[in-house]
Ligand binder design. Sequence first.
Ligand code: GDP
Ligand code: MG
Ligand code: ZN
Length: 288
Amino acid sequence: MLEPFAAQVMALEANYLRVRLDHPGPDGRRLLLCTRRARLAHGGLKVMVGDRVGVEGCDWIEGRAAVGSLEPRRNQLQRPALANVDQVLVVMALAQPAIDPESLSRFLLSAETAGAEVIPVLSKADLVSDQQQQQWLDRLVGWGYQALAISRHDPAGLAALEDRLSRGVAVLCGPSGVGKSSLLNALVPELQLRTAAVSGKLQRGRHTTRHVELHDLPAGGLLADTPGFNRPELPADPELVAQLFPEIRQQLEAGVRCRFRNCRHLQEPGCGLQRQWERYPSYVELMG
Ligand SMILES: Nc1nc2c(ncn2[C@@H]2O[C@H](COP(=O)(O)OP(=O)(O)O)[C@@H](O)[C@H]2O)c(=O)[nH]1
Ligand SMILES: [Mg+2]
Ligand SMILES: [Zn+2]
Protein backbone atom coordinates (compact mmCIF):
# COMPACT_ATOMS: atom_id res chain seq x y z
CA MET A 1 0.00 0.00 0.00
CA LEU A 2 1.21 3.46 -0.87
CA GLU A 3 0.44 6.72 0.87
CA PRO A 4 -1.77 8.72 0.84
CA PHE A 5 -4.48 6.35 2.05
CA ALA A 6 -8.16 7.08 1.46
CA ALA A 7 -10.06 7.68 4.69
CA GLN A 8 -13.17 9.31 6.08
CA VAL A 9 -13.33 11.78 8.97
CA MET A 10 -15.28 10.23 11.87
CA ALA A 11 -14.93 13.00 14.46
CA LEU A 12 -13.26 16.33 15.14
CA GLU A 13 -11.42 16.52 18.46
CA ALA A 14 -9.90 19.88 19.35
CA ASN A 15 -6.69 19.82 17.28
CA TYR A 16 -7.13 16.33 15.91
CA LEU A 17 -9.21 14.52 13.33
CA ARG A 18 -10.24 10.94 13.97
CA VAL A 19 -10.30 9.14 10.62
CA ARG A 20 -11.26 5.66 9.44
CA LEU A 21 -9.22 4.10 6.67
CA ASP A 22 -11.15 2.59 3.75
CA HIS A 23 -8.81 -0.41 3.94
CA PRO A 24 -7.23 -1.53 7.23
CA GLY A 25 -3.50 -0.88 7.76
CA PRO A 26 -0.78 -3.54 8.12
CA ASP A 27 -1.85 -4.60 11.61
CA GLY A 28 -5.56 -4.41 10.81
CA ARG A 29 -5.78 -0.92 12.24
CA ARG A 30 -8.67 1.10 10.89
CA LEU A 31 -8.81 4.23 13.08
CA LEU A 32 -6.08 6.85 13.19
CA LEU A 33 -5.74 10.09 15.11
CA CYS A 34 -4.54 12.75 12.68
CA THR A 35 -3.13 16.23 12.62
CA ARG A 36 -3.75 18.52 9.65
CA ARG A 37 -0.98 19.31 7.20
CA ALA A 38 -0.41 23.04 6.90
CA ARG A 39 -1.19 23.00 3.16
CA LEU A 40 -4.78 21.98 3.98
CA ALA A 41 -5.43 25.37 5.54
CA HIS A 42 -4.33 27.18 2.35
CA GLY A 43 -7.41 25.97 0.48
CA GLY A 44 -9.45 27.84 3.08
CA LEU A 45 -11.71 24.81 3.54
CA LYS A 46 -12.50 23.53 6.98
CA VAL A 47 -12.52 19.77 7.32
CA MET A 48 -15.92 18.39 8.36
CA VAL A 49 -17.04 15.08 9.78
CA GLY A 50 -17.88 12.86 6.80
CA ASP A 51 -15.18 14.39 4.62
CA ARG A 52 -13.17 12.08 2.41
CA VAL A 53 -9.48 12.70 2.98
CA GLY A 54 -6.02 11.49 2.07
CA VAL A 55 -3.89 10.31 5.01
CA GLU A 56 -0.09 10.22 5.08
CA GLY A 57 2.82 9.88 7.49
CA CYS A 58 1.20 6.89 9.17
CA ASP A 59 2.67 5.71 12.47
CA TRP A 60 1.00 2.30 12.72
CA ILE A 61 2.30 1.63 16.22
CA GLU A 62 0.98 4.83 17.77
CA GLY A 63 -2.04 5.05 15.48
CA ARG A 64 -1.09 8.55 14.37
CA ALA A 65 -1.03 10.16 10.94
CA ALA A 66 -1.66 13.44 9.13
CA VAL A 67 -4.43 14.53 6.79
CA GLY A 68 -2.85 16.04 3.70
CA SER A 69 -5.72 16.38 1.24
CA LEU A 70 -9.45 16.87 1.12
CA GLU A 71 -11.73 15.50 -1.61
CA PRO A 72 -14.61 17.58 -2.99
CA ARG A 73 -17.86 17.00 -1.09
CA ARG A 74 -20.86 15.30 -2.71
CA ASN A 75 -23.16 17.27 -0.44
CA GLN A 76 -23.29 18.74 3.03
CA LEU A 77 -25.71 19.36 5.84
CA GLN A 78 -25.44 22.55 7.88
CA ARG A 79 -27.05 21.36 11.08
CA PRO A 80 -25.47 19.05 12.02
CA ALA A 81 -22.32 19.92 10.06
CA LEU A 82 -21.77 16.73 8.11
CA ALA A 83 -20.40 16.05 4.63
CA ASN A 84 -21.18 13.30 2.09
CA VAL A 85 -24.48 12.28 3.63
CA ASP A 86 -26.38 9.39 2.00
CA GLN A 87 -29.41 9.21 4.28
CA VAL A 88 -31.02 11.58 6.73
CA LEU A 89 -33.21 9.87 9.33
CA VAL A 90 -35.70 12.40 10.65
CA VAL A 91 -36.74 11.08 14.05
CA MET A 92 -39.99 12.21 15.67
CA ALA A 93 -41.63 10.59 18.69
CA LEU A 94 -45.20 9.36 18.28
CA ALA A 95 -45.68 10.33 21.95
CA GLN A 96 -43.71 11.98 24.76
CA PRO A 97 -43.50 14.52 23.29
CA ALA A 98 -46.61 14.21 21.09
CA ILE A 99 -45.87 14.41 17.37
CA ASP A 100 -46.33 17.88 15.88
CA PRO A 101 -47.05 17.76 12.12
CA GLU A 102 -45.70 21.25 11.48
CA SER A 103 -42.43 20.53 13.22
CA LEU A 104 -42.12 17.15 11.47
CA SER A 105 -42.73 18.81 8.10
CA ARG A 106 -40.11 21.47 8.79
CA PHE A 107 -37.52 18.86 9.83
CA LEU A 108 -38.24 16.87 6.66
CA LEU A 109 -37.92 19.95 4.43
CA SER A 110 -34.68 20.93 6.14
CA ALA A 111 -33.35 17.37 5.77
CA GLU A 112 -34.15 17.51 2.03
CA THR A 113 -31.74 20.43 1.53
CA ALA A 114 -28.79 17.99 1.52
CA GLY A 115 -30.17 16.22 -1.55
CA ALA A 116 -29.78 12.87 0.23
CA GLU A 117 -32.44 10.21 0.84
CA VAL A 118 -34.74 11.26 3.67
CA ILE A 119 -36.40 8.63 5.89
CA PRO A 120 -38.95 9.64 8.53
CA VAL A 121 -38.57 7.49 11.64
CA LEU A 122 -41.48 7.58 14.07
CA SER A 123 -40.08 6.60 17.45
CA LYS A 124 -41.55 5.45 20.78
CA ALA A 125 -44.09 3.37 18.88
CA ASP A 126 -44.55 1.35 22.08
CA LEU A 127 -46.43 4.31 23.55
CA VAL A 128 -49.25 4.41 20.97
CA SER A 129 -51.68 1.92 19.43
CA ASP A 130 -51.00 0.10 16.16
CA GLN A 131 -53.86 2.10 14.69
CA GLN A 132 -52.25 5.43 15.64
CA GLN A 133 -48.94 4.26 14.14
CA GLN A 134 -50.67 3.28 10.92
CA GLN A 135 -52.50 6.61 10.68
CA TRP A 136 -49.16 8.43 10.77
CA LEU A 137 -47.51 6.04 8.31
CA ASP A 138 -50.41 6.58 5.91
CA ARG A 139 -50.32 10.34 6.37
CA LEU A 140 -46.60 10.33 5.52
CA VAL A 141 -47.27 8.36 2.35
CA GLY A 142 -49.33 11.40 1.36
CA TRP A 143 -46.21 13.50 2.00
CA GLY A 144 -44.24 11.23 -0.34
CA TYR A 145 -42.43 9.13 2.28
CA GLN A 146 -42.15 5.48 3.25
CA ALA A 147 -41.73 6.04 6.97
CA LEU A 148 -40.85 3.56 9.71
CA ALA A 149 -42.46 3.26 13.12
CA ILE A 150 -40.02 1.90 15.67
CA SER A 151 -39.37 1.44 19.34
CA ARG A 152 -36.07 0.58 20.93
CA HIS A 153 -37.94 -2.29 22.62
CA ASP A 154 -38.95 -3.82 19.28
CA PRO A 155 -36.18 -5.77 17.51
CA ALA A 156 -38.27 -6.24 14.35
CA GLY A 157 -38.65 -2.48 13.90
CA LEU A 158 -34.94 -1.93 14.48
CA ALA A 159 -34.12 -4.65 11.95
CA ALA A 160 -36.41 -2.95 9.41
CA LEU A 161 -34.51 0.30 9.98
CA GLU A 162 -31.14 -1.45 9.61
CA ASP A 163 -32.35 -2.90 6.32
CA ARG A 164 -33.18 0.57 5.03
CA LEU A 165 -29.73 1.91 5.90
CA SER A 166 -27.32 1.85 3.00
CA ARG A 167 -23.65 1.19 3.44
CA GLY A 168 -22.89 4.93 3.38
CA VAL A 169 -23.28 7.75 5.86
CA ALA A 170 -26.57 8.14 7.70
CA VAL A 171 -27.46 10.75 10.28
CA LEU A 172 -30.14 10.94 12.95
CA CYS A 173 -31.89 14.32 13.00
CA GLY A 174 -34.81 15.62 14.99
CA PRO A 175 -35.65 17.55 18.12
CA SER A 176 -34.20 16.55 21.47
CA GLY A 177 -35.95 13.95 23.58
CA VAL A 178 -37.34 11.87 20.70
CA GLY A 179 -34.96 8.94 21.26
CA LYS A 180 -32.15 9.52 18.75
CA SER A 181 -29.36 8.55 21.14
CA SER A 182 -31.37 5.56 22.38
CA LEU A 183 -31.72 4.45 18.78
CA LEU A 184 -28.00 4.77 18.12
CA ASN A 185 -27.32 2.76 21.28
CA ALA A 186 -29.70 0.05 20.12
CA LEU A 187 -28.07 -0.09 16.68
CA VAL A 188 -24.47 0.07 17.95
CA PRO A 189 -24.66 -2.15 21.05
CA GLU A 190 -21.19 -1.42 22.41
CA LEU A 191 -21.99 2.25 22.60
CA GLN A 192 -23.06 3.59 25.93
CA LEU A 193 -24.18 7.05 24.97
CA ARG A 194 -25.78 9.01 27.66
CA THR A 195 -29.52 9.14 27.22
CA ALA A 196 -31.31 11.74 29.20
CA ALA A 197 -34.56 11.19 30.95
CA VAL A 198 -37.30 13.35 29.49
CA SER A 199 -37.20 16.21 31.90
CA GLY A 200 -40.11 17.54 33.88
CA LYS A 201 -43.45 18.70 32.63
CA LEU A 202 -42.06 20.14 29.42
CA GLN A 203 -41.49 16.57 28.18
CA ARG A 204 -38.32 17.70 26.50
CA GLY A 205 -35.12 15.78 26.75
CA ARG A 206 -31.92 17.48 27.85
CA HIS A 207 -29.28 18.03 25.21
CA THR A 208 -26.65 15.42 25.80
CA THR A 209 -25.04 14.91 22.40
CA ARG A 210 -22.61 17.76 21.87
CA HIS A 211 -20.51 16.81 18.87
CA VAL A 212 -21.25 15.15 15.58
CA GLU A 213 -19.48 11.84 15.33
CA LEU A 214 -19.78 8.89 12.96
CA HIS A 215 -20.14 5.39 14.40
CA ASP A 216 -19.56 2.08 12.64
CA LEU A 217 -22.74 0.03 12.26
CA PRO A 218 -22.36 -3.76 12.71
CA ALA A 219 -23.85 -4.47 9.28
CA GLY A 220 -21.68 -1.83 7.56
CA GLY A 221 -22.30 1.84 7.06
CA LEU A 222 -21.81 4.77 9.38
CA LEU A 223 -24.34 6.53 11.58
CA ALA A 224 -24.13 9.88 13.34
CA ASP A 225 -26.18 11.04 16.27
CA THR A 226 -26.82 14.77 16.47
CA PRO A 227 -27.60 17.17 19.23
CA GLY A 228 -31.27 18.05 19.30
CA PHE A 229 -32.28 21.43 17.96
CA ASN A 230 -35.88 22.40 17.71
CA ARG A 231 -36.24 24.70 14.72
CA PRO A 232 -34.21 23.77 11.66
CA GLU A 233 -33.42 26.32 8.96
CA LEU A 234 -35.05 26.34 5.53
CA PRO A 235 -33.55 27.88 2.39
CA ALA A 236 -34.55 31.48 1.80
CA ASP A 237 -34.39 31.06 -1.98
CA PRO A 238 -37.87 30.14 -3.33
CA GLU A 239 -36.22 28.53 -6.37
CA LEU A 240 -35.00 25.75 -4.10
CA VAL A 241 -38.22 25.19 -2.16
CA ALA A 242 -40.02 23.01 -4.73
CA GLN A 243 -37.07 20.60 -4.67
CA LEU A 244 -37.72 19.93 -0.98
CA PHE A 245 -41.23 18.53 -1.51
CA PRO A 246 -41.35 14.88 -2.62
CA GLU A 247 -44.99 15.56 -3.56
CA ILE A 248 -43.73 17.89 -6.32
CA ARG A 249 -40.62 15.93 -7.30
CA GLN A 250 -42.63 12.75 -7.71
CA GLN A 251 -45.18 14.44 -9.98
CA LEU A 252 -42.45 15.91 -12.16
CA GLU A 253 -40.67 12.56 -12.31
CA ALA A 254 -43.97 10.95 -13.33
CA GLY A 255 -44.07 13.27 -16.35
CA VAL A 256 -46.28 16.15 -15.14
CA ARG A 257 -45.43 19.20 -17.27
CA CYS A 258 -46.08 22.92 -16.80
CA ARG A 259 -46.25 25.45 -19.64
CA PHE A 260 -43.30 27.42 -18.25
CA ARG A 261 -40.03 25.71 -17.47
CA ASN A 262 -39.53 27.90 -14.41
CA CYS A 263 -43.14 27.41 -13.19
CA ARG A 264 -43.47 28.10 -9.48
CA HIS A 265 -46.68 26.00 -9.32
CA LEU A 266 -48.65 28.89 -7.82
CA GLN A 267 -50.90 31.01 -10.10
CA GLU A 268 -49.14 30.37 -13.41
CA PRO A 269 -51.33 29.49 -16.41
CA GLY A 270 -50.71 26.01 -17.75
CA CYS A 271 -49.35 24.64 -14.46
CA GLY A 272 -49.79 20.88 -14.64
CA LEU A 273 -49.26 20.20 -10.97
CA GLN A 274 -52.02 18.43 -9.09
CA ARG A 275 -52.62 20.40 -5.88
CA GLN A 276 -54.76 18.05 -3.82
CA TRP A 277 -52.11 17.15 -1.28
CA GLU A 278 -51.95 17.96 2.40
CA ARG A 279 -48.81 20.10 2.42
CA TYR A 280 -49.65 22.21 -0.65
CA PRO A 281 -50.74 25.15 1.56
CA SER A 282 -47.36 24.94 3.39
CA TYR A 283 -45.63 25.04 0.01
CA VAL A 284 -47.57 28.15 -1.01
CA GLU A 285 -46.70 29.80 2.30
CA LEU A 286 -42.99 29.00 1.92
CA MET A 287 -43.03 30.45 -1.61
CA GLY A 288 -44.49 33.59 0.05
N1 GDP B 1 -41.17 4.58 25.56
C1 GDP B 1 -40.03 4.81 24.90
N2 GDP B 1 -39.17 5.72 25.37
C2 GDP B 1 -38.02 5.94 24.69
C3 GDP B 1 -37.72 5.23 23.49
N3 GDP B 1 -36.53 5.68 23.03
C4 GDP B 1 -36.12 6.61 23.91
N4 GDP B 1 -36.99 6.78 24.92
C5 GDP B 1 -36.87 7.72 26.05
O1 GDP B 1 -36.90 9.05 25.56
C6 GDP B 1 -36.02 9.90 26.29
C7 GDP B 1 -35.07 10.64 25.38
O2 GDP B 1 -34.22 9.69 24.75
P1 GDP B 1 -32.85 10.12 24.03
O3 GDP B 1 -32.36 8.91 23.32
O4 GDP B 1 -31.92 10.80 24.97
O5 GDP B 1 -33.40 11.20 22.99
P2 GDP B 1 -32.58 12.24 22.07
O6 GDP B 1 -32.55 13.54 22.79
O7 GDP B 1 -33.37 12.33 20.81
O8 GDP B 1 -31.21 11.69 21.84
C8 GDP B 1 -35.34 8.97 27.31
O9 GDP B 1 -36.04 9.10 28.55
C9 GDP B 1 -35.53 7.60 26.74
O10 GDP B 1 -35.57 6.62 27.76
C10 GDP B 1 -38.67 4.26 23.01
O11 GDP B 1 -38.51 3.58 21.98
N5 GDP B 1 -39.80 4.10 23.76
MG1 MG C 1 -29.33 12.57 22.14
ZN1 ZN D 1 -46.35 24.32 -12.37
